[in-house]
Design a protein around this ligand. Structure first.
Ligand SMILES: Cc1cc2nc3c(=O)[nH]c(=O)nc-3n(C[C@H](O)[C@H](O)[C@H](O)COP(=O)(O)O)c2cc1C
Length: 424
């Protein structure tokens, strides 16, 4: 059986699954229950001062019948006093010495404020600090959260203040609301960060009530920009994690963003994460999803013959490069399995109106069926993505017998590219 335990920048955890700083980590009671159910670590709900919040706080984005594919929130830091949080954190660490207990902290960019909060937090015996440079709502207006994460110099400066006083690893949580996350990642490294955590939420408006014209979530008829998270943000988070992994920052990464199943987690690990954190899925389904996460990842590692999480970490990264390195001679076309096709016509309409008119309606043995005109198919994948029948439309390799040729090769006058046919 693969070993799921990890050593993340000096923080030991029985498995790579941590609860992200959010409502699932509001209290010691919750975190201890989560540890009992199998979670390896927890990043405590962000501590700050003063403590202020509004009601209501959340807006969901449904995707068809799927509820809360995305979640927007305008919650700030903890609702409870620092003293109560410290007391419970101390208790959790005492009772669960082998689990990772990480304290999330955020303050405005003033050294004494950071030093004071950090020192008081360290007294709890927590295993690490996570600096919240990512909250995109409410906090930036007061010079906190994303206001720091959007300024590399500030991020570096504050990280170094914390490093001066911290005897435990300092994790920096980054905001995705930047042009290029690599700059802040390297700045945090220069400030002395021991690890990077991403993503925090993406700036959003959760929706608009069409009767009252009030954006969601509504606070007495008004709203504000919110932070978006949940399954809908996974592709953005995966990119950002890979970007940081390839940024040269050279620090361990804790990946976050829409993780719901072990497969999601494995993708984050393949792109360079050593631990992963989960918020929305636990808010939706509860702590019990940890069973699937642990069993699934453990079986997957076994299947792949990998002894531990470290062996999986980053294996997909060498396969991400610049567009101009891609092989222009590679060619796929759609293939429709007539045995399993239910004749819904979705692929025909999508390809006709939103694609390349490569799917035709043909008469066959007295009935109409959809077929692919390979001379028009550019291999975009669209039909296979919308087909309601699993594996009914697959993409088949029709590459010519030519060596790979990239756009770089074309510019350098090297190699030969297959003739492009568009069926006209
Ligand atoms: C209601 C709510 C409150 C949150 N509070 C915090 C917080 O206090 N500190 C923090 O760093 N991130 C906070 N987050 C962000 C999460 O930790 C996480 O980065 C984000 O939700 C993406 O993960 P997910 O897609 O699994 O939800 C919060 C998210 C939600 C939905």
């Amino acid at each position: 059986m693969a070993d799921l335990s990890v050593n993340f920048a000096g923080v030991y955890s029985p498995n790579p699954f941590w609860l992200a700083s959010a409502p699932p980590t509001n209290t010691g009671e919750q975190i201890m229950r989560a540890f009992d159910m199998g979670w390896g670590g927890a990043v405590w709900k962000s501590l700050s001062d003063p403590i202020i919040n509004v009601s209501s706080r959340l807006a969901g984005t449904d995707a068809g019948a799927r509820r809360m594919a995305g979640l927007s929130n305008i919650e700030l830091s903890t609702d409870r006093s620092l003293e109560v949080n410290f007391k419970e954190m101390r208790e959790v660490k005492r009772r669960y010495p082998k689990h990772a207990v990480i304290a999330s902290v955020m303050m405005p960019a003033e050294r004494p404020l950071w030093v004071d909060l950090v020192k008081r937090t360290l007294d709890t015996g927590c295993d690490a600090l996570e600096l919240n440079f990512g909250c995109p709502h409410g906090m930036p207006e007061r010079g906190m959260g994303a206001a720091i994460g959007q300024h590399p110099e500030l991020a570096e400066q504050i990280t170094s203040w914390v490093k001066e006083v911290s005897h435990v690893p300092v994790l920096v949580k980054l905001t995705p609301n930047v042009t290029d996350v690599a700059f802040v990642a390297r700045a945090a490294r220069d400030g002395g960060a021991d690890a990077l955590v991403l993503v925090n939420t993406i700036t959003s408006i959760g929706g608009v009530d069409l009767d009252t014209f009030t954006p969601r979530p509504s606070v007495s008829g008004r709203s504000s920009r919110s932070g978006y998270c949940g399954p809908a943000i996974k592709p953005i988070a995966l990119f950002q994690v890979s970007r940081v992994a390839q940024s040269g920052a050279n620090l361990p990464i804790s990946g976050i963003g829409g993780i719901e199943t072990w497969r999601d987690a494995a993708e984050f690990i393949l792109l360079g994460s050593t631990t992963v954190q989960v918020c929305t899925s636990v808010m939706h389904y509860g702590y019990r999803i940890i069973d699937d996460l642990c069993d699934g990842l453990s079986n997957y590692l076994d299947e792949k013959g990998l002894p531990n999480v470290d062996a999986l970490c980053g294996l997909a990264l060498p396969k991400i490069g610049a567009w101009e390195e891609l092989d222009l001679n590679y060619k796929v076309v759609a293939s429709i399995d007539q045995e399993t096709c239910i004749g819904c016509g979705n692929c025909y309409v999508a390809c006709r109106d939103g694609g390349h008119q490569a799917i035709i309606a043909a008469r066959h043995e007295g009935r109409t069926r959809v077929e692919v005109d390979e001379s028009r198919c550019v291999g975009c994948n669209l039909c296979s993505l919308i087909c309601p029948v699993h594996d009914c439309i697959t993409m088949e390799d029709r590459s010519p017998d030519l060596p790979p040729r990239s756009w770089r090769d074309v510019l350098a006058g090297k190699g030969k590219t297959a003739e492009v046919t568009d069926g006209t």
